[in-house]
Design a protein around this ligand. Sequence first.
Ligand code: 6R9
Length: 629
Amino acid sequence: MAELDGDVFHPDRSVAATAHVPDADALRAEALADPQGFWADMADELEWFEPWDKVLDDSDAPFYRWFTGARCNIVHNCLDRHLTGPNKNKLALIWQSEDGSEHKTYSYYSLNRQVNMMANIIKAMGITKGDRVTIYLPRIPEVFFAMLACAKIGAVHSVIFAGFSSDALASRIDDSESKLVITADGSFVNGSVFPLKSIVDEAVRYSPTVENVIVVRRAGNEVTMDALRDHWYSDLLALPIAKGTCETVSLDSEDPLYILYTSGSTGKPKAILHTHGGYMVGTYTTLKYTFDMRPEDRWWCTADPGWVTGHSYLVYGPLLTGATVFMFEGGPTYPYPNRWWQLIEYYGITQFYTAPTAIRSLMRFGEAWPNRHDLSSLRLLGSVGEPINPEAWHWFHRVIGKEQCPIMDTWWQTETGMFQITQTPGEPQKPGSAGKPFFGQDVAILDADGNEVPDGEEGFLVLKNPWPAMLRTLYRDDQRYVDTYWSTYPGVYLAGDSARRDADGYLWIIGRTDDVIKVSGHRLGTAEVESALVSHPAVSEAAAIGLPHEVKGNAIHAYVVLRVGEKETPTLAEELRAHVAQHLSPIAKPDAIDVVEKLPKTRSGKIMRRVLKARAQGLDEGDLSTLEE
Ligand code: 6R9
């Protein structure tokens, strides 16, 4: 019997007995003693065109290289290898539209054909190995086709969350020098249409590298098509070039797979670079072991492909394990807050992986909504993106998991590519703790001087071992890669989070220690919000901070200093919020904007956000010795 004993959940003994990893602590010890041996064994479960010479080449650390000398392609393992065995006609992808009127399914065989058609089309447009392709699509099957088509031919995708504004899109297209953009006419967001194509039009005006734009017909909204540059995807599919067969290119293990922009401490987003070989081994292994993937499972990860969770655990990881993946176009509450529960029942979802913010927002609608549905197909639940507060954990556990399903809280980052701290299903779980290091990982918590802090004390979270799915660098910015992650404590990876470890070895993540804010699980940088605010003509200076929020985890509060001659009007705050939505993204809209005379700064002119944060929460302002007069 599964049992909640005080604040520790003990899954039923049968869970560990039947899981891929029956004794997690034993494997943890074994893998830590020989991480390369562990990763080599896992890599052997996948197919390679040529074997590796070395599992890990650390001769140029921190530019680690994995499975050097090997030839492979992640798409071969996501698709091709399934076509010769029992998975050939298994469902790879199930999709439902936001309004529920459309439902599509793709077997491994048919997904492969769709990917090949897209690959042949982009090849015909001149895209070859190493070229960057920007993908700006809603949650529709074409996002799978596009990502896999790029990877198949060795092109490098850069997926941009289809909620980012034209400014944000333009700077990312520009930075990656993409030749091709793949988008849709529009997307559905809670019943209304978001005009993706016109945002692309705006963005591409400033992006001289873009030669072609492929447009998927989705929302039916009116769009303007540039006769030379823009192509309806349906027209391209009708061309003889769009054949259903296409060679999967043999690549070096270290050839780039994708770049993904994420927020850091400066206004310029960082382009995280991932490669084929190590990433496929890392995502495959973590998904298989943490979520105990079995052939009969139906996996649902609610993340958008625009974020790393969508890359690793919606698209690549599940296909690597040969799973059936479900993708839903919409969100949890439209038209009613039972939308997700209805889908779990309808499709018989077995593992459901989502974010604490979504759980908190659904809790508010009460238990009656999930209780209308039969959720008994679920066997595992998962959480990602921010710490899960015990209250949300208990609700998820009791109301959704019916006190039987283990909850896998997974701590990781865009940079890490794969889970770093989590558990396996059979282990005891502590609500609010992300669990223990994943196999082969050596996690430590350090003080400012680099010494390990005693159990129970808070410190800086670091990773001491390299791991296969790690970022290789920041695209075309090796120096920033070294400075950001490897310079604070030489030789170890600085995560940017603070955490503590308890006496049982469980890790408790506290939050970011830098200028990154997690808002509803979305990663944003204070500097990005600030630069959107100062681009408004009335604003001369701005500071943004994150304050605790019941549903979103953190909410953005902004302080602005107006330009000389500008006056605060009753509509100004709303106007500035709309400005941030338009110039960065609706998810970055500050909850509150205060007009102030002056911002607290150090004598060298840096904004002291920590002082603003303390003041807003009525807390002690701490050391003010560096504050200017
Ligand atoms: C996967 C993802 C990374 C940051 C990370 C941390 C926070 C993610 C978490 C978690 C506590 C968890 N984070 N998972 N905090 N518990 N299970 O979210 O990547 O968007 O790059 O964000 O998210 O602060 O440093 P990314």
